[in-house]
Design a protein around this ligand. Structure first.
Ligand code: DGL
Length: 261
């Protein structure tokens, strides 16, 4: 298959979370064509072993390569923890990864309490350890593992009392930090921007929330530009939706999330 500047950009996540990245890509680069692949049949990845996460990601990436993508955006922190292995294996494919926005949060709140909400797998990874190590003298970085939070989004449950209770419980059980001492929250899983409204309701307006998606879009722009692979056609590109779940409503949910503010 010929891969050129008109070829699509692949966007990958364990489920629908990557749509929070896709919406920023579309906003910045509307002429591009995209293939969004959500592996909802195998989600959540965040409670799987590293070996399972790598194997499932490879399977998904090979599907996207077979579909002729010119670049890949990993819209998933859990998969991105293994990006070094994936870049090595698919060396001809430009891969843009996701990383919890610890840097801007720590820089904005020196000496403050920065809480990172993410999956268990992301927070246990070496990549995250290195990130924490780099900014630990700048701010107090607190891990907040949220097993089960992505499932609320996959069910389309983003307003319920059960969700409010879950978030309240997680943010009240932090290591050495009370909820009213939090200065910033880093959304370290791409599913969580869809429950941002509820997080804000729980912690109040005084807490700044960081989402890496706009930065990922700018990075894709830079990579495509430098490779001379920007799609410069007029008008909007197309999005092709793929989901491994046999349940057709997953794709409908993804489409709804794309336009949700
Ligand atoms: N959306 C994913 C992330 O950014 C992972 C959710 C999961 O599969 O557990 O980490």
């Amino acid at each position: 298959m010929v891969v050129d500047k008109f070829s699509p950009v692949g966007v990958l996540d364990s489920g629908m979370g990557g749509v929070s990245v896709l919406r920023e890509l579309v906003a910045l680069l509307p002429s591009e064509n995209y293939i969004y692949f959500g592996d909802s049949a195998n989600a959540p990845y965040g409670s799987r072993t590293d070996e399972e996460i790598i194997k499932l990601s490879e399977h998904a990436i090979e599907g996207l390569i077979a579909d002729g993508v010119k670049a890949l955006v990993i819209g998933c922190n859990t998969i991105s923890a293994h990006v070094a292995i994936l870049r090595k294996k698919y060396e001809n494919l430009p891969i843009i990864a996701t990383e919890p926005a610890v840097k801007p949060a720590a820089e904005s709140f020196p000496g403050g309490n920065v809480v990172v909400m993410a999956t268990v797998a992301t927070l246990r990874g070496k990549k995250f350890d290195r990130l924490m190590e780099r900014y630990k003298d700048m701010a107090h970085i607190v891990k907040c593992p949220c097993p089960g939070l992505m499932d609320f989004v996959e069910r389309g449950d983003i307003h319920s009392d059960a969700l409010r209770a879950y978030i309240t419980e997680r943010l009240s059980s932090l290591d050495g930090v009370a909820m009213d001492e939090i200065n910033a929250i880093v959304l370290g899983c791409t599913h969580y921007p869809f429950v941002r409204g509820m997080i804000e309701e729980v912690v109040g307006n005084g807490v700044k929330i960081f989402d890496p998606a706009p930065g990922i879009a700018r990075q894709l722009l830079r990579r495509l530009k430098s490779a001379n692979m920007l799609n410069d056609s007029d008008g909007n590109g197309e999005i092709t939706w793929q989901n491994s779940s046999p349940d057709k409503k997953m794709i409908e949910l993804e489409k709804n999330l794309l336009t949700m503010k």
